[in-house]
Design a protein around this ligand. Sequence first.
Ligand SMILES: Nc1nc2c(ncn2[C@@H]2O[C@H](COP(=O)(O)OP(=O)(O)O)[C@@H](O)[C@H]2O)c(=O)[nH]1
Ligand SMILES: [Mg+2]
Length: 118
Amino acid sequence: MQITKAEFKCSSERISQVPKDDLKDIAFIGRSNVGKSSLINMLTARAGLAKVSGTPGKTRLINHFRINDAWYLVDLPGYGYARTSKTQRSEFSKLITDYVVKCEKMHFLFVLVDIRLE
Ligand SMILES: Nc1nc2c(ncn2[C@@H]2O[C@H](COP(=O)(O)OP(=O)(O)O)[C@@H](O)[C@H]2O)c(=O)[nH]1
Ligand SMILES: [Mg+2]
């Protein structure tokens, strides 16, 4: 498939805020710094579309990117970043769980694993 159009749609801090249209989500999940945002930029050939950071724990929201006006690529908050407070960690964890378990838009979920880690 050719991606001809890719645009940032919205950031959600709660599951109730994700887009209400009936376009389907293809989402990426994985530890902080595994390369979720870089992968979205690579797939869409848009260098700055998803924010890439050398510092883990930056994405705290669910980011929707609308592709070809037909579906969404979704960048989820990374988990497993040690220097996040307990409160914050449980907030992310709730957000991620709510999305994965309850969000009917989610069609595919790709779990990214860093081969550099044992
Ligand atoms: N060596 C290597 N570094 C990568 C790769 N993909 C991303 N990175 C780097 O890993 C860091 C985290 O990437 P990012 O996409 O922000 O990860 P995210 O937290 O999962 O969204 C950045 O410094 C990227 O430049 C990859 O395939 N190989
Ligand atoms: Mg990211």
